[in-house]
Design a protein around this ligand. Structure first.
Ligand SMILES: [Zn+2]
Length: 168
């Protein structure tokens, strides 16, 4: 799947500036487009997602659900490898940046690269949280919190159901 990465990079290079400017401009204004209003490189109809994904994958990725804490085997995954999007195969996180946050969800202090994931502001539970999703298909992954370890101080709290693991 090496072609996919290069496709994504050229796509991001071509559209990155245009995509970034309105985001920066709207940051904090509450006018940020929701994930569903954006267009992604990989798009499928709802029926296609339903047939492609398991019911739990669909609930997390397409309906922004949250898996039960300590329910994912990927929480305890300690091998070297790459965590990919269960919806489209996009490379999201590396074992190099994984750590045990003790929360019961796979946790990373940064994505595998700056183009792997995107973020929105989510008010689902009454206060703003940073929602994180796959940059290629828009599938919901989890949230980013500010209590992570150095060097970023970020905790990407990711649903294991939203990812597949490919050992190195
Ligand atoms: Zn994806």
């Amino acid at each position: 799947m090496s072609f996919k990465l290069s496709t994504r990079r050229s796509f991001v290079a071509a559209t990155g500036l245009a995509a970034t400017l309105p985001l920066l401009a709207s940051c904090g204004s509450g006018m940020m487009k929701s994930r569903k209003e954006r267009t992604f490189r990989i798009t499928r109809t709802d029926a296609q997602w339903r047939s492609q994904l398991t019911s739990s994958e669909y609930r997390i990725l397409r309906e922004a659900g949250t898996e039960r804490a300590f329910s994912s085997p990927l929480d305890n995954e300690k091998r070297r490898g790459t965590f990919t999007c269960a919806g489209c195969g996009n490379r999201l996180y590396s074992s190099v940046h994984k750590y045990d946050s003790g929360t019961g969800w796979p946790s990373f202090w940064q994505p595998i690269d700056t183009e792997a994931v995107g973020t929105t502001t989510d008010y689902k539970i009454g206060y703003p949280r940073t929602e994180v999703h796959c940059a290629d298909c828009g599938g919901h992954l989890g949230h980013i919190f500010g209590d992570g370890p150095r060097p970023t101080g970020k905790r990407h709290c990711i649903n294991g159901v939203a990812m597949d693991f490919i050992p190195t």
